[in-house]
Design a protein around this ligand. Structure first.
Ligand SMILES: [Zn+2]
Length: 364
C-alpha cells in the first residue's frame, strides 16, 4: 500500500512551478505553492514571516508569486538552503501555527501539478528567535474528544449474556480519558454518565472543544455469533462495503430513538467546510484510522476479517474534526462479550488506542 511507504521514497528531485496568494472566506489568506512532485515540506513561523521549506528542490527565481491585494502576504521570496528551497512569505502581521486541517496537498489535475495549499489568518502573534526551528506553542495540548456511543434509553447492541454496548464503551471511554490525560493530552468525554445524546450533538461537542481528534467508541453485533474482532471506520458518503453500510445504518439509527435537536448542525458544518478542507479532514482521519488499526493488530487484538480501515456515512463523524469510529469487538460473540466486559481486556484496548494517538502526527 502506497500510504505505508516511508517518506524518503518520495525523495526525487522536485521543482517549483508557481506560487500565488489569495483571500478566502472568513478573512483567511491562502498561499498556494505548485510543485512538479508531491512536496515534502516543513513550516517555520518567524516574526511576520511564514517559511515553507521544501525538500530536494532548487530555487527558481523566474517563478514569481502572484499576489492578491488584500492578503496577509506582502511579498514572497525564495532562498536556497542546502538542498531545500525555502519560500518566505513576508506577512503584514505575525500568525500562529497553522492548524493541520488548514493545510492541504492537492493531487495534480488538469493544468495543475501538485499544490500545497495553506490557509491562515492573524492569530496569536508569536515572537521567537530568528532561526528556522518550528515554533510550537509549548503549553498547547492536543485536544481529544472521546465519544462513548449510545447511552440512556439507547443501549446499543446487547450480548447474549446481557452486556450492553453503552456500558462497555463508557467504561472504556473513562479509562481512555485517564490514560490520555496522563500522556499529556487534553481530553473531553461527550458523556460521562448513562445519558442519551444525539449524534449531531456529539459531533458538536468536538467542534466546540476545537478538538484535534474525535474518537467514537462502539461495540458491534453480527447475526452470525461466530463473527468477532475489532474494526475501524472513517466517514465517507459511500460505504466501502455492504457490511460497513449496514453498520452505519444501525449506528445512525440511534438518532431515531431521540427527540429532535441538532438538525441544522450538520448543514452548518458542511457549509463552513470548503471541499478542500473536507478532503484534508478525510485524509487525516484515514491517517489516524490506519495507525489505530495497526496498533490494535500489534497488540494482538483480534481483527474482524476484511480491510484494516473501512468507510461509511456515520452521522457522528460529520464534523470539521478528523476522527474515527472504533468498533472494539463483537458483543454478539460469546467469547468477545466476556472479553469486552473484563478489566484486563479493556485496558489492553485502551493501551492500543493511546499508542495510536501518540503515533498520530498532529502537526505537519
Ligand atoms: Zn454502536
Amino acid at each position: 500500500m502506497i500510504g505505508n511507504l516511508p517518506r524518503v521514497a518520495f525523495a526525487a528531485r522536485n521543482s517549483l512551478k508557481s506560487m500565488r496568494t489569495g483571500v478566502q472566506p472568513g478573512n483567511k489568506s491562502r498561499l498556494v505553492i505548485e510543485t512538479a512532485l508531491r512536496p515534502s515540506y516543513t513550516l517555520s513561523y518567524l516574526e511576520n514571516q511564514l517559511v515553507v521549506s521544501i525538500a530536494n528542490t532548487p530555487a527558481n527565481q523566474s517563478v514569481r508569486a502572484k499576489l492578491a491585494d488584500s492578503a496577509l502576504v506582502k511579498s514572497v521570496s525564495q532562498v536556497q538552503h542546502g538542498d531545500r528551497l525555502q519560500i518566505i512569505a513576508n506577512l503584514r502581521q505575525s500568525i500562529g501555527q497553522i492548524p493541520k486541517n488548514q493545510i492541504m496537498i492537492l493531487e495534480p489535475n488538469g493544468d495543475n501539478d501538485y499544490r500545497l495549499v495553506l490557509d491562515f489568518s492573524v492569530g496569536n502573534p508569536i515572537t521567537i528567535a530568528a532561526d528556522t526551528t518550528v515554533a510550537k506553542p509549548a503549553a498547547e495540548k492536543h485536544v481529544i474528544v472521546i465519544d462513548a456511543g449510545h447511552g440512556g434509553k439507547d443501549p446499543g447492541c446487547i450480548g447474549k449474556g446481557g452486556t450492553k454496548e453503552k456500558t462497555i464503551v463508557l467504561a472504556v471511554a473513562k479509562k481512555l480519558k485517564k490514560q490520555l490525560d496522563a500522556a499529556g493530552f487534553k481530553t473531553y468525554l461527550t458523556r460521562s454518565t448513562d445519558e442519551y445524546l444525539k449524534l449531531g450533538e456529539r459531533a458538536a461537542i468536538a467542534e466546540r472543544r476545537k478538538a484535534d481528534l474525535f474518537l467514537s467508541l462502539h461495540a458491534n453485533a453480527n447475526p452470525s455469533r461466530a463473527v468477532k474482532g475489532f474494526s475501524i471506520y472513517t466517514l465517507s458518503e459511500k460505504a466501502s462495503d455492504e457490511e460497513a453500510r449496514k453498520l452505519a445504518e444501525a449506528e445512525n439509527a440511534a438518532d431515531k430513538i431521540g427527540v429532535k435537536g441538532f438538525g441544522g448542525f450538520e448543514k452548518e458544518v458542511r457549509a463552513a467546510l470548503s471541499s478542500l478542507q473536507q478532503h484534508a479532514v478525510a485524509e487525516m482521519s484515514e491517517e489516524y484510522a490506519t495507525s489505530c488499526s495497526k496498533s490494535f493488530r500489534s497488540a494482538s487484538i483480534t481483527a474482524q476479517p476484511g480491510p484494516g480501515v473501512r468507510h461509511a456515512p456515520f452521522a457522528v463523524l460529520r464534523s470539521t474534526v478528523p476522527g474515527a469510529l472504533l468498533e472494539l469487538g463483537h458483543l454478539s460473540n460469546a467469547a468477545e462479550e466476556k472479553l469486552l466486559s473484563s478489566d484486563a481486556h479493556q485496558n489492553k484496548l485502551v493501551n492500543a488506542i493511546v499508542k495510536s494517538v501518540k503515533n498520530y502526527n498532529f502537526d505537519v
